[in-house]
Structures are given as C-alpha cells and as structure tokens.
Design a protein around this ligand. Structure first.
Ligand code: DX5
Ligand code: ZN
Length: 226
C-alpha cells in the first residue's frame, strides 16, 4: 500500500521544508500536481520547482500532468527528477505516443481518468501502464469532497487486473481522507494520493502512518500479478 502526499496542499511559501517533512514522515511517494491553466482552471508549479526539491529526498516523484500539451513537458520533468509521469486518458489518440515517450525516457507511466470519463476508455492501455489513476474529484483544486460514485471504477480496475494478470497500481486522487481511503482500499485501490487530509494535520508523520495502518488490512486483496 502506497501513501503519496500531494504537495498541492503544502505551504507554498516553504516548499523545501514541506518536502523534507514528507521525507521524514517516510511517505512512499511525493505526488506533484502540475496544472497549466488550460486543461484545468488553475496553475500550480513547473519543472524548475521540482528540480530544486529533488535533492531533498530520495522518495519517488509522482508527477501528475493536468496539462493540455504534456508532449512539451515530458522531457523537462524527466530532467528535473520525475520518476513517474501521469497523463490523462482524455487526450484521446495522443495517449499511445505519450506512453511511448514516457517509457523512452525510462520513467514509469501513469494514466489518469477524470470523474466524468468512463473507465472503459482506459482499457486499451492497461497492458502498457504502471499506474491507473482514478480521479475521485474533478481535477484543479485541492480540498474538494471525495466523489463516492467513483468506487465502481476502482472495482472494475481491480477486476481487469486479475482477469488479465496485470500489475498496474490502482491509484486514487482527490478528497482522500481516512474514511475515503478505507472505502477505496476495500474497492481495490493500493495507492493513495492525499493532500489536505495529511497536510492539514499538525502531526504529519502520524497522519501518514495512520492512513497506512487503516488501508493495510485490505492489502491482501490487492495482490499484484505478473
Ligand atoms: C486535484 C489533484 C489532487 C489534489 C488532492 O486536482 O490532482 O492531487 O491535490 O488534494 P486533496 O487530497 O486535498 O483533494
Ligand atoms: Zn494529482
């Protein structure tokens, strides 16, 4: 089970200290939300910021590209120290070349599915990806409520993984507090992106540990194949 705090909920005035906090809390991945003001109605930060954070920790950088033209960003983020690059299935016929390019850069590939998008759109790519990210809020802003109607998508993703003997992570992102994390784990998620629910806590490390403990009992259901 992987706990990936989302830096979007951190104090932007001290991103270096916040990254160190994530490192000390022994989180599994650091989730970095990249927003371009076009694919989503908000702007976050770019490769230059990721680059200055890279020397502060060895934990994998999980870079979520909520961007209309990820093509022009893959190389800059790879150079800045990203370990995983996640692109959106809503980009349609550009998804396959994007997956190839990410693999050619030697990075792990993630595919994200927005709440209004049917999970069946991701099916053709399942054999080529490392992570399937099921959005549990409409992307753009942290701190929104979890959309529980997304739980059947998680169940479907798990069923496909078993059926096809694949081993992609099933990742959830948006409104993941302790309760939502447990619901998602029960449905089949193994990777939990959480922003406000973790950064909102004074004892960040304890919050990370608590979330990990809560989802752990469901880990045996998430046995990966391959
Ligand atoms: C939503 C982002 C999420 C967000 C999660 O646009 O993709 O990663 O930061 O934050 P919370 O947990 O606050 O919903
Ligand atoms: Zn995200």
């Amino acid at each position: 089970m992987i706990i990936a705090p989302s830096l979007l909920a951190a104090n932007f005035g001290k991103l270096a200290a916040e990254t160190t906090r994530v490192n000390q809390a022994k989180a599994d991945w650091l989730h970095l939300d990249i927003m371009d003001g076009h694919f989503v109605p908000n702007i976050s930060f770019g490769p230059a910021v990721v680059k200055v954070l890279r020397p502060l920790t060895r934990i994998p950088f999980d870079v979520h590209l909520m961007c209309s033209r990820p093509e022009i960003l893959l190389h800059p983020f790879a150079e800045s120290g990203a370990n995983h690059l996640i692109v959106h299935v809503e980009l349609g016929d550009r998804v396959t070349p994007l997956i190839w390019k990410i693999k050619a850069l030697g990075l792990k590939v993630g595919l994200a599915v927005n709440p209004p998008t049917a999970i069946s759109n991701a099916k053709p790519y399942l054999g080529q990806i490392d992570q399937l990210l099921i959005m549990t809020v409409n992307p753009g802003f942290g701190g929104q409520p979890f959309i529980s109607e997304m739980l059947p998508k998680i169940q479907q993703a798990r069923a496909w993984r078993i059926e096809n003997r694949l081993n992609y992570h099933i990742q959830v992102d948006g409104g993941i507090n302790f309760t939502a994390a447990v619901e998602c784990a029960r449905a089949g998620a193994d990777t939990f992106v959480s922003g406000s629910a973790l950064f909102g806590k004074r004892q960040f490390e304890r919050a990370v540990q608590k979330m990990r403990q809560l989802v752990k009992p469901f880990a045996h259901d998430q046995k990966l194949h391959g």
